[in-house]
Ligand binder design. Structure first.
Ligand code: SF4
Length: 133
């Protein structure tokens, strides 16, 4: 692919349990840059959720297409931001994925006790739908 291209197939990483499809991939100087297009306007700063979405695409491109994007692009209706795909952002998206999968596993597992006291000290209490308090 050269220049701009829509992404036909979702990128899938079984090990990460992650699937995603950036709106476009730009090939430039041997690098692949994922682009996420938002129909909303945003004049100030990119939203955190959008940054993490873009970071997930960068991670997928890195792992599935073998090229680590130096940045990704968030394109709002009125403004475009280039978001550096730093090592810190890469670590943050990996940590977030681990957290999401841990939460998913938690939801799948039936509660193994009947102790409200145990739930009261549990760090998953705010999101666990089986808590006893
Ligand atoms: S809140 Fe209670 S039921 Fe939920 S994970 Fe924690 S200890 Fe288990």
């Amino acid at each position: 692919m050269r220049g701009w291209g829509p992404v036909e197939q979702p990128l899938y990483d079984a090990e990460l349990g992650l699937v995603g499809k950036p709106d476009y991939l730009i090939e430039s100087a041997g690098q692949l840059i994922p682009v996420e297009v938002k129909s909303t306007r945003n004049s100030k700063a990119p939203y955190d959720a959008h940054i993490f979405q873009l970071a997930a695409y960068c991670l997928l491109v890195q792992r599935q297409l073998g090229k680590r994007p130096p940045y990704g692009i968030l394109h709002y209706a009125n403004r475009t931001f280039a978001i550096d795909y730093t090592r810190q952002l890469e670590q943050a998206i990996q940590d977030l994925l681990i957290e999401i999968h841990a939460q998913e596993k938690l939801r799948e597992l039936p509660r193994s006790h009947h102790s409200a006291a145990r739930c009261s000290h549990c760090s998953y209490r705010s999101t666990c739908d089986q808590r006893l308090l």
